[in-house]
Design a protein around this ligand. Structure first.
Ligand code: SAM
Length: 275
């Protein structure tokens, strides 16, 4: 008998995948966590029934959260990752030698614990000496650290449960204040097929706070609709002003210097959402 994991992405549509083993399946203090082995995507972390990351396609999301902002900021010494307990964004941040310290704040220690145990290729840099891991609420951390970071990345779950507050205008205002005078922030902002209003609301809120706001996309097959967006708010540096030739070489499987600018070219129906 086959076992299948199904993520209902709307009330009427979802994805399903064959599961060969279940490593963990528990209700943590914050969310329902499973760690499963899937035939198609390898080891996979899910939270509250949603795919978080899989060994096979994780590189797309983690590279695209980290690199556009880190090549745009001229000297990203201090970086904050809100969420990101699987360690994938931190792994990409560590590819930038200018980063002196990266702080990760995830509310759920179980995500960090199980990612280290079952996702070593993703979580491997969480023990890097340049990394500080804090188990706590990202909203509270932001409120307590003013003018502290060059780049802030919000790698949170969807706006459900503990992450609801991470999509609020107040949170983006707090991020603005936690950033230094030329800081840059980027947040994952879901998909235009099922979450168009979220993308629009976040874009409107961020535009009221940051002088430069850019949206870019990537293909993430295990995420709802496969077309994922990221919203960047910048106090001074424009990602579209970065010349491909000036982008340093580092090991990637999705992001490239030429893809940097191309990612900001949006399909018309997405462009219309963020005009
Ligand atoms: N790439 C995934 C996505 O786009 O949905 C997110 C992966 S990462 C595992 C999401 C993390 O956000 C989870 O580990 C969760 O514990 C964390 N998180 C949710 N709300 C949070 C909060 N208020 N403060 C800090 N971390 C939070």
């Amino acid at each position: 008998m086959d076992l299948w994991y199904t993520e209902k992405q709307t009330d009427n549509f979802g994805i399903t995948m064959k599961v060969t083993r279940t490593y963990e399946n528990e209700q943590t203090d914050f969310q329902h966590l499973t760690m499963i082995e899937t035939e198609e995507w390898g080891t996979m972390l899910t939270l509250d029934g949603m795919v978080m990351t899989s060994v096979r396609d994780e590189f797309v999301y983690h590279e695209m959260v980290a690199h556009p902002a880190l090549v745009t900021h001229p000297n990203p010494e201090n970086v904050l990752v809100v969420g990101g307990g699987d360690g994938g964004v931190i792994r990409e941040v560590m590819k930038h030698p200018k980063v002196k310290k990266a702080v990760l704040v995830d509310i759920d220690g179980k995500v960090i614990e199980y990612s280290k145990k079952y996702l070593p290729t993703i979580a491997g840099e969480l023990d890097n000496p340049r990394v500080e891991v804090i188990v706590g609420d990202g909203y509270m951390h932001i409120a307590k650290h003013k003018n502290a970071y060059d780049v802030i990345m919000v790698d949170s779950t969807e706006p459900v449960g503990p992450a609801v507050e991470l999509f609020s205008k107040g949170f983006y205002q707090g991020i603005y204040e936690a950033l230094k005078e030329d800081g840059i922030f980027v947040a994952q902002t879901d998909n235009p097929w099922f979450k168009a209003d979220l993308i629009q609301t976040v874009n409107r809120d961020v535009k009221e706070i940051f002088p430069i706001v850019r949206v870019y996309g990537a293909n993430i097959p295990t995420y709802p609709s496969g077309l994922w967006t990221f919203t960047m708010g910048s106090k001074k540096h424009d990602p579209l002003a970065v010349e491909a030739a000036s982008i340093p070489e580092f090991e990637t499987k999705y992001y490239t210097p030429r893809l940097h600018a191309a990612a900001f070219v949006l399909p018309k129906f997405v462009e219309d959402l963020v005009k």
